[in-house]
Design a protein around this ligand. Structure first.
Ligand SMILES: Cc1cc2nc3c(=O)[nH]c(=O)nc-3n(C[C@H](O)[C@H](O)[C@H](O)COP(=O)(O)OP(=O)(O)OC[C@H]3O[C@@H](n4cnc5c(N)ncnc54)[C@H](O)[C@@H]3O)c2cc1C
Length: 558
């Protein structure tokens, strides 16, 4: 289905991209009485873009969910965390800084009520991602802030999809799928619309690569164009060319954490017409990716989110440095991995830790949340309860299970025969870990952090197992998971001012062109700076879409 509208439709605004940011923008415009066309290069089966695949984690501050769990959060702490993580250090950070402040203020005030009004429900346990570990004003979340949407990504998208579909049914909105924008129409220095190729219908499943065969052409004129086309993490060449030296050499294997449609092509098209792209080298990668057990897109990888208990070893068997334990600092972990010069590292844990702490950061492998079924989630609290993420363990692509540390290191060495693993060192670390745990005191910062984490009820219930001996068979077999680099998000993007207007290299607005979501670095061309706090991508899509819609609606009224 290329278009659900046969007759001529004259929109006030064209939105490029039917992901979360584009949908929110469209809804705001529709609420204000505007007529909107959304074009997307993919089929209707991909409606919602990347957000559909996400576990629906949102960055929110000072919510009732946090308060119920005894978490004292505030705007001040959140700003301290955000700016401590972002590390803004360039002249081009002028607008990103302003966006960061505006976003955090919104996340601490209107965001949750606004989402609730639209029917978005939050899971009662707030997760603690990016915990930091390098001081109060350093990177990381001082408190748990990762709010999961009940029903994950699809449930976050649902109200916006329903709103746009209802408007389309009465002729106020138009969705054109398999419409790939190739150019912006620029006349007299202003953007007046988009033109491009109609792609052949393709029944490829959601997320799978689709045909680029062209069967027609289109152009659509409108008072304004909003670029909501996402980042470029699905195009290996783009990731490689943006790869910064601070992350070391480009790994031979980089797992794709996003579908191929996250191709960044539209960013180049906008740049060609005068948009200023900034901070392309600020990539948000994870060092703890594994192959998806039944991948959909090329090189499909999944991020494993774990609590702080697994021991993280580099390819040679040396522990990752203090403060870079699992879940503490994703950029620090990627930087350390780069410095080792190897493509992989190892998370070593017990089955007990796996059962309690390991999640897949992808909706289809967290169906207990996707089903919105709290009873199913409650089952997860039981030891050895089956969970969707077990598919990763059972597929065995990256996972070794063993009854002894000797057997484990043999398996690790066999899985990566080209690297010499210091098996003695791994054995020694595991034994030392158990001695520290048994002492009840200890000097290992990671074990101390694990004990501390359990003072938080949310972690005790769902995120962190109590420190225990790895070599005690009652804690299940030992497990080593080979983890590798995984692409996710482009933190940089099209530079915009606080009205979402796209700026040229001279810093002036390019009339008629706006940008939102990941394409705009979630605001300003990169409101996360170098480091994200997790959840800010989806929240940032909502915030930028909301803002662009309001600004444009105001302008259309006058
Ligand atoms: C597995 C996974 C888990 C994630 N988990 C989280 C999480 O828990 N929390 C969080 O904050 N973030 C998460 N993210 C990141 C977040 O989902 C994305 O950053 C966000 O959804 C991007 O939304 P967007 O609307 O800006 O772009 P997208 O969702 O990428 O949508 C862009 C759309 O534009 C279309 N398009 C692109 N170019 C063109 C063109 N030239 N012509 C026509 N159409 C075009 C694409 O086909 C696509 O449909 C996750 C991402 C993934 C993949």
């Amino acid at each position: 289905m290329a278009s659900i509208f046969a007759r001529e439709f004259t929109p006030d605004v064209v939105v490029v991209g039917a992901g979360l940011a584009g949908l929110v923008t469209a809804c705001e415009l529709l609420d204000a009485g505007a007529r909107v066309t959304i074009v997307d290069q993919e089929s209707a089966g991909n409606l919602g873009g990347q957000a559909w695949w996400s576990p629906g984690g949102l960055f929110l501050v000072g919510t009732p969910e946090q308060r119920r769990l005894g978490v004292k959060d505030s705007l001040d702490v959140a700003l301290q965390d955000w700016f401590g993580s972002a590390g803004f250090d360039r002249p081009e950070d002028y607008w990103p800084r302003k966006w960061a402040r505006a976003f955090v203020e919104w996340a601490a005030s209107d965001a949750r009520p606004w989402l609730s009004e639209r029917g978005v429900k939050l899971f009662p346990i707030v997760g603690w991602s990016e915990r930091g570990g390098a001081g109060s004003i350093g990177p990381g979340n001082s408190v748990p802030r990762f709010h999961r949407v009940r029903g994950t990504g699809p449930a976050l998208l649902a109200p916006f999809i329903e709103r746009v579909s209802a408007a389309a049914a009465v002729g106020r909105a138009e969705l054109r799928f398999r419409h790939q924008v190739d150019h912006l129409i620029v006349e007299m220095g202003a953007v007046r619309g988009v033109s491009g190729s109609v792609l052949i219908d393709d029944a490829a499943p959601r997320g799978a690569s689709s045909s680029r065969e062209v069967v027609g052409a289109f152009d659509i004129r409108a008072g304004a164009v909003v670029v909501a086309s996402g980042g470029f993490g699905g195009r290996r060449e783009a990731v490689e060319s943006a790869w910064p030296a601070r992350l070391g050499a480009v790994p031979r294997t980089i797992l794709a954490g996003v579908p191929a449609f996250v191709d960044g092509r539209m960013l180049d098209i906008a740049e060609f017409s005068g948009a200023h792209l900034i901070h392309e080298d600020r990539l948000w990668q994870y060092a703890d990716g594994v192959s998806h057990p039944s991948g959909v897109w090329p090189g499909h990888g999944v991020r494993l989110v774990t609590g702080p208990s697994p021991l993280w070893f580099d390819a040679r068997g040396h522990r990752f440095p203090a403060s870079v334990w699992p879940g503490s600092d994703s950029l620090g972990a990627s930087t350390h991995l780069g410095a080792t010069g190897s493509d992989h590292s190892w998370l070593v844990m017990t089955r007990r830790i796996f059962d309690k702490e390991v999640f897949a950061a992808q909706g289809d492998l967290t169906v207990d949340f996707t089903e919105k079924d709290l009873a199913l989630v409650a089952q997860r609290l039981r030891r050895h309860a089956p969970r969707p993420v077990d598919a990763i363990r059972d597929a065995g692509l990256d996972v070794i299970c063993a009854d002894s540390v000797d057997e484990l290191v043999v398996g690790m060495a066999a899985m990566e025969p080209e690297t010499t693993l210091d098996v003695e060192r791994v054995r020694a670390e595991v034994r030392a870990h158990d001695r520290e745990v048994a002492s009840g005191f200890g000097k290992d910062a990671q074990i101390m952090a694990t004990r501390h984490a359990r003072t938080y009820r949310g972690d005790r219930l769902m995120g962190v197992s109590s420190p225990h001996a790895f070599l005690d068979p009652r804690n299940g077999p030992l497990m080593a998971i080979r983890v590798r680099s995984l692409t996710r998000t482009s933190l940089g993007g099209i530079e915009t001012n606080l009205d979402c207007e796209v700026l040229t290299e001279d810093g002036v607005p390019l009339p008629g062109l706006y940008a939102v979501g990941e394409a705009a670095g979630f605001g300003g061309g990169g409101m996360h700076g170098y480091r994200a706090l997790d959840g800010g991508f989806l929240s940032g899509c909502v915030f930028t879409g909301h803002r662009a819609g309001q600004v444009l609606a105001g302008r259309l009224r006058h």
